[in-house]
Design a protein around this ligand. Structure first.
Ligand code: FAD
Length: 450
């Protein structure tokens, strides 16, 4: 039984120090890496806070493409945050805005530039995997967006038309009969979009691989080193940790959903940490596999307002995820595990009676206007951050790290995208964010039941 205090960014001052990984399926597959904390007073050109995909990709790109050797600090371990807890879906996008919403908001030209950036995000992940020879159990075969009710089918068809006509996306629509015959037997699968270029990974192995790559390129990755204070000192930034200080010319904040509520003025009150949870079952028997019709490597998400996502893992377990508790102190409550299990067996009734082997949660960072930012946060050009990926950030974080490195290095060839043009907006009633989430969940459940 996992009894460790569950960090809550809206209540706790810090994510702890040197904390173990959650009891996740991913953590059960890796050897623990000994902690390597910051000791004494050190100097660096660029300090990066957060050893997830964003921070590590930033450090690697700084070293490899700009010859800047950064120091990455994490309070706990490499990939202790979302990067070691996610579903491993490498998707074409981030945030919550669809391409038609982006076209309405910014016009077709900008929406197309964003599409290109998203696709580059997938390529960035693939390229880092290849350059680091990262063994992260990649599974190819594409991603399915599944209509959980008949009324969602038309919407998916329109989406496919828009994506292929305007963006030349190789998406294809799969009608219900074919979906049931070739991918899964489910009463909640009435048609789907298939995105062939998406793939899946073991997310923690990927984060550990990024860290190795960054270190080989000359960056320093220090763990067990929570940043407790950030001060400006004679034109530099001075970071305080329990066992030492780090003086830097520039600072990258890559703490995302794990950013404490009162951390640094540049990011305070600008995002909302929301819990996402995952269960992983025992391996399916051959009979269960046959009865559920699951295709090897299947990776899917449904069209609910409160979405569920699921994968058939390489050893034939099912990973099934969705929203979690509202407060950190309830994150590990069995009711959330049971809710996911019910949703799983509603989706795949042939798996009724299946046992859960792992259950864990993590904090995703939601932005007020549903899209993230990769920005410079001060007039002096010393502080940068990327956050607000709204729960879809594996490929985007890897890409954001690359863009952050360019910003830090003063590279002016960045694409002119809305993500880069402004800071994250403040939540007007920051203290009421959880009340708002509670209401959103209730409304979402109502909409999903219709
Ligand atoms: C359950 C779940 C499932 C998900 N599934 C998917 C998916 O399938 N596909 C997808 O695209 N996205 C998914 N996501 C989102 C994705 O994982 C994140 O967007 C991405 O990993 C963010 O990476 P990051 O590096 O920005 O932040 P994180 O990986 O969260 O890293 C932040 C780090 O900052 C550190 N930190 C915080 N405060 C301090 C401090 N004061 N001092 C030092 N260090 C500090 C933390 O210890 C942490 O390690 C999922 C998220 C969750 C929780």
């Amino acid at each position: 039984m996992h009894t460790q205090h569950f960090y809550d960014p809206l209540r706790d001052k810090s994510p702890g120090q040197g904390q173990a990984y959650p009891n996740s399926y991913w953590a059960s597959q890796v050897e623990p890496v000994p902690l390597h904390p910051l000791e004494g007073d050190q100097n660096t050109d660029v300090a990066v806070i957060g050893a997830g995909y964003t921070g590590l990709s930033c450090a690697w790109h700084l070293a490899k493409q700009h010859d800047i050797k950064a120091t990455v600090l994490d309070a706990n371990q490499i990939g202790w945050g979302c990067s070691g807890r996610n579903g491993g879906f490498v998707l074409n996008g981030t945030g919550r805005l669809s391409f038609s919403q982006m076209e309405q908001k910014w016009g077709e030209h900008t929406a197309k530039a964003i599409y290109a950036e998203y696709r580059q995000g997938i390529d960035t992940v693939q390229s880092l995997i290849e350059q680091g020879n990262i063994a992260c159990d990649q599974s190819h075969g594409g991603y399915l967006k599944i209509a959980h009710k008949t009324h969602a089918v038309e919407q998916l068809q329109q989406q496919a038309e828009l994506l292929s006509a305007r963006y030349q996306d190789p998406v294809r629509f799969i009608p219900a009969q074919q979906l049931q015959a070739e991918f899964l037997h489910s009463p909640q699968a009435h048609g789907a979009l298939h995105f062939p270029y998406s793939f899946a990974v073991q997310p923690l192995k990927l984060a550990l691989g990024y860290a190795r790559l960054a270190e080989q390129a000359g960056a320093q990755v220090l763990t067990g080193s929570p940043v407790q204070g950030i001060a400006r000192d004679n034109g530099k930034l001075l970071l305080t940790t329990p066992n030492g200080t780090l003086r830097a010319n520039k600072l990258v904040i890559a703490t995302n959903g794990y950013t404490a509520n009162r951390f640094f003025t540049a990011v305070d009150g600008r995002h909302f940490p929301v819990l996402s949870s995952i269960i992983v079952t025992e391996p399916l028997s051959d009979a269960q596999l046959a009865a559920s019709g699951l295709k090897s490597g299947l990776m899917a998400m449904d069209t609910r307002t409160l979405k569920y996502y699921y994968r058939l893992l390489p050893d034939n377990r099912i990973l099934f995820g969705g929203r979690g508790a509202i407060q950190g102190k309830h994150a590990n409550h069995p009711v959330y595990q049971a809710r996911l299990l019910n949703a799983l067996t509603d989706t795949l009734p042939a798996l009724s009676g299946i046992k859960v082997a792992y259950f864990w949660s993590g904090w995703v960072s939601v932005s007020l206007d549903d899209y993230p930012r990769i920005c410079q946060a001060d007039d002096q050009g010393q502080v940068f951050y990327a956050m607000g990926y709204c729960g879809s950030g594996l490929s985007f974080a890897s890409q954001a790290g690359k863009r952050l490195a360019q910003r830090v290095a003063g590279d002016t060839s960045l694409p002119d995208l809305p993500f880069m043009q402004s800071p994250l907006p403040h939540f007007p009633l920051a203290a009421c964010r959880r009340l708002g989430l509670w209401a959103f969940y209730h409304l979402g459940r109502l909409r999903d039941s219709i």
